[in-house]
Write a new protein. Structure first.
Length: 104
C-alpha cells in the first residue's frame, strides 16, 4: 500500500474511532474532529517518506490509545460520574496469584 493510501486510511480510522469513543458527546466529538483535521492539514505538505512514516506511526498509536484506554464519563449528579465502557474495553481479568503453583 502506498503512503498516500496509508495516510487516507489512518485519517478515516481516526475519525471512526473518534465517533465510537466520544459517542453522544457533541463537544468532545467536535474537538476531536477539529484536532484530527488540524494535525493532518499541518503536515499536508510533508514530502519526506521517513517523516511521513513517523507521522503515520504516531497517528496509529493515538488511534490505539483512544480505542483501548479512553472511557466516557457522564455527569449524573453534583459529584457523580457514570462511566460508559465500550464492549471492546471489557475483557476478562485474570486474578493475580501471590504464590504461584510450582510445576513439577
Amino acid at each position: 500500500m502506498g503512503q498516500a493510501a496509508k495516510v487516507l486510511q489512518l485519517f478515516k480510522t481516526l475519525h471512526r474511532t473518534r465517533q465510537q469513543v466520544f459517542k453522544n458527546d457533541v463537544r468532545a466529538l467536535e474537538a476531536a474532529r477539529t484536532k484530527i483535521n488540524e494535525e493532518f492539514k499541518s503536515n499536508k505538505s510533508e514530502t519526506s517518506p521517513k517523516k511521513i512514516e513517523e507521522l503515520i506511526k504516531i497517528g496509529s498509536d493515538v488511534e490505539l490509545l483512544l480505542r483501548t484506554s479512553v472511557i466516557q464519563g457522564i455527569h449524573t449528579d453534583h459529584n457523580t460520574l457514570k462511566l460508559v465502557a465500550r464492549k471492546d474495553l471489557l475483557v476478562e481479568n485474570v486474578p493475580y496469584c501471590d504464590s504461584p503453583t510450582q510445576k513439577q
